[in-house]
Ligand binder design. Structure first.
Ligand code: DON
Length: 564
């Protein structure tokens, strides 16, 4: 890692900001080929912030932290400092690391907090307003990453975000659209209305200023973690959350810690997969899917389209059933990680797959029998020093709880909905859970976020991740399978239409053109049900192959790839 530089020149960074703002493309760049470094994120200005940090000599961690703060300003639907997420990195010296900055349940939370007097789940409470908010982790996570693995100062990496908030930026079509679409929710909260509701609708090119957010970011720049988790900002967060139905205390914020965790490692064909451990279900589930698909491919390397999709769907059902049964916060429950990701268990599980679809109600976790006798945004960064960073972070729903903490500009998450509020009752993503993911004070809610890096000969080969709630795991798995197993090029691997199954509900969700009418009828003949037609994922990926770096931003979104 490079040494921390004492360089701190706000004037330079201000000039840099205007340079960046002056070079916005009218259309974001979906594919970019470069030779040294690359950033792919869901928003063009944030991508450019990352590229400028890299060009200034920063490493991929510096750039990732800068992009994280910038997205909080330029992509408020999911970019955040009021939410949480996960960072996975492969460092130039060969180490693989992960940082968990997932939100926690506030201390006063309790198991049945979202049930009414008749015991029914009242989902509006876990989605909207103060009671939906988990203790935010992003600021602690980004600062931990920077202090431990970055080379620049917090002043340097946060300044572009401050400038974007203070001096404003022109709204893209998609930002304007998202703001307008959420108007009715923002109107519920005075603090949110001030920023997101005006007389007329927002339109492309409007300059969007966030003065309060600039002040909060300045506070963080001056005081570090304490600038958010203690003092004036913390007090304002607690006050506003509680005025809007929440149960926060100052100590929830002061007690928050981002945690460095051992990454989940798997092998797939000749590649090594490194991904996020619990409290995300992503890494474990991804490795399980790849393990089983590898075995199925070994048995029959020439699977036709019908067999491929049939097997994949059956594998997904098995994996999501395990997720519901076993995964949650590892600081609260024991997770049989090694067993779940073992090749042996994959063999046993894949042997349960027959020619016919197994109804989901007949699928339960078999781990016990066998051994006794688990709106968001993703970004990927690669630097020229061999460091690769994969970050997925979120407010949960688009604009989270829709609540801005008065005076701070901080949009707060609604991550509490990721807990299993009542066993067997689905959350907003249709996911059901068990005791493993029940609500407890300070516990982290189970996630599906799957920031992943594929290594080849211990060097970064593919950096990948996506938003999409419960579909994140299946989307990341399909991009990897498309590239490594089906040998598609990286654009096709990302752009190709996808399918999704999550055990319950027992249905295959599809995208337009993901499966032909003919294939669809054949799958139905085998007992599958075709469910919703919807968009699956917004992948931001980087491939490093044959001396070239290819950044690909999903054509499904408005993201931007840029490198040099
Ligand atoms: O952690 C999770 O799994 C969810 N909170 C992610 C939410 C998400 O991806 C929404 N975006 N489309």
């Amino acid at each position: 890692m490079r040494q921390k530089s004492s360089y701190s020149n706000k004037i330079f960074l201000l000039v840099l900001f205007f340079l960046i703002a002056g070079t916005i493309h009218s259309q974001p760049q979906k594919v970019c080929v470069a030779s040294k470094a690359m950033v792919v994120s869901a928003e063009e200005l944030a991508t450019k912030v990352g590229v400028q940090i890299l060009k200034k000599g920063g490493n991929a961690i510096d750039a990732a932290v800068a992009v994280g703060f910038a997205l909080a300003v330029t992509y408020p639907t999911a970019g955040n400092i009021g939410g949480g997420g996960f960072l996975v990195a492969h460092l130039g010296d060969g180490r693989n690391i992960s940082i968990d900055f997932r939100e926690t349940a506030p201390k006063k939370s309790f198991r049945n907090m979202y049930l009414d007097s008749s015991g029914n789940f009242v989902q509006e409470k876990s989605l909207l307003g103060g009671l939906a908010v988990g203790v935010p982790g992003t600021v602690a996570g980004l600062i931990l990453a920077l202090e431990k693995y970055g080379s620049m100062s917090l002043t340097q990496v946060i300044q572009p975000a401050i400038n974007l908030a203070e001096y404003g930026f022109p709204l893209s079509v998609s930002n304007a659209k998202m703001f307008n679409e959420n108007r009715k929710y923002f109107q519920k909260f005075e603090s949110s209305s001030k920023l997101f509701v005006k007389e007329n609708e927002f339109k492309e090119g409007d300059i969007f200023y966030q003065k309060d957010l600039a002040k909060t970011l300045n506070n963080i720049q001056e005081l570090g973690i304490k600038g958010f988790y203690e003092g004036e900002v913390a007090q304002k967060l607690v006050k506003c959350i509680n005025q809007n139905g929440g149960i926060f205390q100052l100590e929830d914020l002061t007690a928050y810690k981002a945690i460095e965790r051992d990454i989940i490692k798997g092998n797939f064909l000749d590649y090594e997969i490194i991904s996020m451990p619990p409290p995300s279900s992503g890494g474990i589930a991804l490795v399980q899917i790849l393990n089983m698909m590898e075995l199925i491919h070994e048995k029959n390397p020439n699977l036709d389209e019908l067999e491929y999709y049939h097997s994949l769907i059956e594998v997904l059902k098995l994996v999501y059933a395990e997720r519901a049964a076993h995964l949650g916060d590892p600081d609260f429950i024991d997770i049989p990680t090694e067993k779940l990701i073992s090749k042996m268990y994959a063999k046993y599980q894949s042997n349960r797959i027959t020619n016919q679809a197994t109804p989901s109600k007949e699928i339960q976790s078999k781990l016990k029998d066998f051994f006794e006798s688990e709106e968001t945004t993703h970004y990927s960064v690669l630097d020229e020093f061999g460091n690769a960073v994969s970050v997925t972070y979120t407010l949960n729903s688009g604009f989270g709880s829709k609540l801005i903490a008065e005076g701070t500009g901080v949009l707060l998450n609604n991550e509490m909905d990721d807990f299993s509020a009542k066993p067997g009752v689905p959350n907003q993503f249709g996911l059901v859970g068990s005791e493993a993911n029940s609500i407890e004070p300070h516990k982290r809610m189970l996630s599906s976020m799957t920031p992943t890096i594929v290594l080849k000969e211990n060097k970064p080969y593919l950096i990948v991740g996506t938003p999409g709630g419960s579909t994140i795991i299946t989307v990341v798995a399909q991009v990897i399978l498309n590239k490594l197993l089906l040998k598609e090029d990286i654009e096709t691997s990302v752009f190709k239409p996808r399918v999704h199954h999550q055990w319950l509900p027992d249905q295959i969700d599809i995208e337009t053109d993901s499966i032909s009418e003919e294939l669809s009828s054949k799958l139905v003949e085998r007992g599958h049900k075709i469910g919703r037609k919807r968009l699956l994922g917004l992948v931001e990926a980087i491939l490093i192959e044959d001396g070239k770096i290819i950044g690909v931003s999903d054509k499904r979104g408005s993201g931007h790839a840029e490198g040099y």
